[in-house]
Design a protein around this ligand. Sequence first.
Ligand code: ZN
Length: 223
Amino acid sequence: MLKSIHSLKELIYPNVCLSCGKTGAKICHDCSKYWLANPNKSKIENNYLFFVTTYDETTSSVILAAKESGNKDAVKLIARSITSSISFAILNLGISQPINLVTIPSQLSAIRRRGRDHIKDLAQEVISQLNQQNIYSIYSPLLKPIKKIKDQSDLNGSQRKENMSHAFIVKSSPISQSAVILIDDLVTTGASIHEGVRALGEAKITVDAVVTACAVGRNSLIR
Ligand SMILES: [Zn+2]
């Protein structure tokens, strides 16, 4: 009886993949696999960058659903790819634990509009997934936005750099001798990462690795 009620519910409210629209799962197997692939290692300026997938039509809908709607399945999937990149980075670079996860902060206006702090929610999901793999990490939201950032979508690479220039400061006292991984959900031109690394460097904090869920093709990161 319960089973048939469940199937009836599924008929009335079918799960539709938020990425491709196929019915069956909120994010179908085909669309999930992009986020579950092996991590890539690249470079962003002087830092190593680890990421699983590239930014395209399929992956951008998952990024948007997590960021703008707080979709839990999307947040979990993105966190999974960040988690696998972090555990790969730890092995690859010999990073020691505990790890401070420093996030690229959202603009206050975006936090107000969404009614939640997306990058904080994402970092906390990553920390709990790392925990399950016995990797000890600490949420260290050290970066604070200090100027109003224009919407980046219509800006080119150098305009984005200008827009992000001196956009962050380190708000709390520096962390003790411990590894630092700078994370963001998406890296496009790398302007936010560049600014994050700069602001942390100003506070004498060295970034061991940069990790993102999703990066725009490697070539556009190298300017
Ligand atoms: Zn799909």
